[in-house]
Ligand binder design. Structure first.
Ligand SMILES: Cc1ncc(COP(=O)(O)O)c(C=O)c1O
Length: 481
């Protein structure tokens, strides 16, 4: 099953009246009509289409902020513009269902977990998972099996999962109820999803892909294949991270015979607000419309071209930019410049250059859909100054975390988190079981999980991390009492 990449194929599944202009997509049309004919609005939100707005901001469309009126509907209703819009997206992408979410990729990842897993379920989670998945394990009450992916000490970045590793992990961890894959990473590193999904399916295991950072993937040949096209059963995309939606807008796609749609809808209802924002859903729709329609296509192509040119230009000028699979992420390799990504970020922030993700050996900038023409000169100037003022000897490679290839926590994270706990100095925590995570943010990847037993090697590594993350990690750890 492949996603649509051309205007022709989109038009073959989308009613002619709707394609291909985003302003003719269902939710946008209905909200515009409602805003033009307010009638007597005696409903929530309490600002009543802006009449009682708490503050004046002329560009905020209060009158479009509508509840689940019959014409509008909501993600879990079968009638109304939202349902129509979601069906349109599902048809255009070739999946069975798409649901908009208003609590980010976090909320949809958790709903996907809850739909498939409960206490006693065997879920394989990547070590470098986003913390929302840990929280999902807490909510669902299962004890995850954690698998490691290669860690590159020179860049400090987790690497794509090699397919041959996955085969081994699945044998080692069998029986497995669900495999969670992360691709692409925050920095735009993509895994070979077609091979990984095929291996999981050969083992009879359904796959959830956290594609928060890859909503634009697969749209043309210069980008890696999208998780949907790779055959993943469940795919979550953060539409504000990788397409042009408002913060919190996200989408969950489901396809194939391995899933129970009733359970998915039930889990979404458990976690979803009873008042999903029409504005957020509108922004979800329009961001996907941009991704799927011809006009959006040429915009995206132009942005990708500009981004590639920016990468090339900076590299030619001697700036250490890492090679990644997503041109819309620009990853500065700070280690060879002699400073950490955290220090570089602090220095740049003072000059109003606001990066997205500072880490130990790198600093990730999101070019996103804002265009990168005109960035080369000011960025180059600041990065050269950064190198002069903060640079030094290249940093020695980082020690990879001492983690087994696949391991289950000593006790389930939810149970550990809810147990009586105490704080002990890191140096004195050997053989204790963690009751809270340690999780610098961003990137929001836990370095320690509740339920994990601490051995000497792990403690030594955590001590090193504490020094490197400067102020983000306490010198104590919360463990079971
Ligand atoms: C890999 C990954 N997945 C999921 C999320 C959660 O996305 P959201 O902020 O849309 O909830 C993030 C956020 O940083 C992330 O990096």
């Amino acid at each position: 099953m492949t996603g649509l990449t051309t205007r022709q194929t989109l038009e073959s599944v989308v009613p002619a009246a709707l394609s291909p202009r985003p302003e003719r997509w269902p939710l946008r049309q209905v909200l515009a009509q409602q805003a033009a004919h307010a009638g007597l609005p005696l409903h929530l939100p309490a600002h009543r289409r802006g009449l009682g707005r708490a503050f004046h901001w002329p560009r905020l469309p209060w009158s479009w902020d509508l509840p689940e009126l019959p014409a509008v509907g909501g993600p879990l209703l079968t009638e109304g513009a939202v349902a129509e819009s979601q069906s349109l997206v599902a048809a255009a992408l070739g999946v069975d269902f798409s649901w908009y979410g208003v609590n980010g990729a976090s909320g949809l990842l958790q709903a996907a977990l809850l739909a498939v897993a409960g206490p006693g379920s065997r879920v394989l989670l990547p070590r470098h998972h986003h913390r929302s998945l840990l929280h999902g394990a807490v909510l669902a009450g299962f004890n995850p099996l954690l698998y490691s992916v290669p860690f590159d000490g020179c860049t400090g970045l987790w690497q794509p999962l090699p397919p041959k590793h996955l085969d081994r992990f699945l044998q080692q961890a069998a029986p497995v109820d669900l495999l969670v894959l992360l691709s692409p990473t925050y920095q735009g590193l993509a895994s070979d999803l077609p091979s990984l999904v095929a291996i999981a399916h050969r083992h009879g295991v359904p796959v959830l892909v956290d594609e928060a950072h890859g909503g634009h993937f697969g749209f043309d040949a210069s980008l890696p294949q999208a998780a949907i096209a790779a055959g993943a059963d469940l795919v979550v995309q953060s539409l504000h991270k990788s397409l042009g939606a408002l913060a919190q807008a996200a989408v969950l796609h489901a396809q194939g015979p391995r899933l129970d749609v009733q359970r998915l809808a039930q889990a979404l209802e458990w976690l979803q607000t009873s008042s999903p924002s029409a504005l957020l859903m509108l922004s979800a729709e329009q961001s996907l419309a941009q991704r799927l329609t011809a006009r959006g296509h040429s915009q995206l192509k132009r942005l990708l071209r500009q981004a590639v040119e920016l990468h090339q230009h900076l590299k030619q000028e001697g700036i250490p930019v890492l090679a990644v699979d997503d041109p819309l992420r620009l990853v500065l390799h700070t280690a060879p410049m002699g400073c950490s990504g955290v220090d570089a970020d602090e220095w740049l922030l003072e000059r109003n250059v606001i990066a997205e993700c500072p880490e130990l050996f790198s600093l990730t900038f999101c070019l996103g859909l804002g265009g990168s023409r005109g960035l080369a000169r000011p960025l180059l100037r600041e990065l050269r100054r950064l190198s002069r003022e903060r640079g030094g000897e290249p940093l020695a490679p980082l020690v990879p975390p001492p983690l087994p290839a696949v391991a289950q926590l000593d006790i389930a994270p939810g149970q550990a988190w809810r147990s009586a706990s105490r704080e002990v100095p890191i140096a004195k925590a050997e053989d204790c079981i963690a009751a809270r995570p340690i999780c610098p943010y961003p990137p929001g990847i836990p370095l320690l999980l509740p339920g994990e037993r601490l051995d000497a090697a792990r403690l030594e590594w955590l001590q090193q991390q504490r020094l490197l993350w400067r102020g983000q990690i306490a010198d104590t750890v919360t463990v079971l009492a």
